[in-house]
Design a protein around this ligand. Structure first.
Ligand SMILES: [Zn+2]
Length: 295
């Protein structure tokens, strides 16, 4: 079974992670643009970040047999930084047109400030203009209220629920997200928040429809194999193979295919790797022998 991690920040991870992910069956990922751990001070650093998500990171993933797509946005946290917020929004119009961009994201609330709401709404409008789905972050603090505010804003702007993936759900927010008609993402973390066992319980209660699972792995304590580990937990719990495949492959494919830019191979095998390839003259090999899969 091929697996899809629909929310992972590979820029912050190593080639070892790509190798382990591919070996665990992860064939495709979506990398949303996010906060890099410290505030950016120039709009130009966002532009180079967007370019690396579209260029180098996509190439790096391909060198390990993983198909890489991205979502671009001004992240919720930096919506509060007036030095960059308007400039990043101005950049997005051009970048949302690029091949490989399958959503606007991650957007949403962090501290639930007025500035966050303003840029969240502006980016929902951008998504409509560019005919793209949205990937929405929900806050870790005061999550239920943040999710309610998110769903209220979506309703007020008449943003289509079918194009909305509300992420980082928990037992508290999942019923709200599903009742609104949105797709529901779940981030499985090593020690905090949601874990595999709680995810299995949610699937038992709510089924597989519009449910997605991701690792949200980044530069913090996180685990890029969490989608594969959740699959193992679902199997152990006796969840039907068809439901598992819906959650970890068909749902993310159906959701992001609404961008018109998600072209995943139909073949059950992982993508062919040719590490002789270069990106603007550079490879990931550092002098190691290239792996070349038979054609
Ligand atoms: Zn994220």
């Amino acid at each position: 079974m091929r697996l899809f991690d629909p929310h992972i920040h590979m820029t912050s991870r190593t080639t070892d992670d790509y190798e382990r992910m591919a070996a665990a069956g992860i064939a495709a990922v979506v990398e949303p643009a996010f906060w890099v751990g410290q505030p950016r001070t120039h709009v130009g650093t966002f532009e180079d970040y967007f370019l690396s998500l579209l260029g180098w990171e996509r190439f790096r993933a391909s060198q390990f047999g993983v198909q890489h797509f991205c979502a671009l946005a001004l992240n919720p946290k930096e919506a509060n930084n007036p030095r960059v917020a308007d400039g990043v929004l101005a950049l997005l119009a051009e970048y949302l047109e690029k091949d490989g961009v399958v959503a606007v994201g991650e957007i949403g609330f962090d501290d639930q400030t007025d500035a966050e709401e303003r840029y969240f709404a502006a980016q929902l409008r951008l998504a409509r203009e560019h005919d793209l789905p949205v990937l929405i972050h929900t806050p870790h603090r005061d999550k239920k209220r943040g999710t309610e505010r998110t769903l209220a804003l979506l309703r007020r702007l008449e943003f289509p629920p079918a194009l909305t993936l509300v992420d980082h759900n928990t037992e508290e927010t999942l019923p709200l997200t599903l009742a609104a008609g949105c797709w529901a993402g779940h981030s499985i973390y090593p020690t905090t928040k949601l874990d595999e066992a709680r995810m299995v319980a949610l699937i038992r209660q709510y089924g597989a429809e519009r449910i997605l699972v991701n690792s949200a792995a980044d530069w913090g304590v996180s685990d890029p194999l969490k989608v594969a580990k959740t699959v193992a937990a679902m199997r152990d719990a006796g969840i039907a193979a068809d439901a598992i495949e819906t959650i970890v492959w068909r749902n993310p494919v159906r959701f992001f295919a609404q961008s018109g830019r998600l072209d995943v191979a139909d073949a059950p095998a992982p993508s062919r790797v040719d590490q002789r390839a270069l990106f603007e003259g550079n490879s990931v090999l550092r002098g190691q022998p290239a792996r070349v899969d038979p054609a």
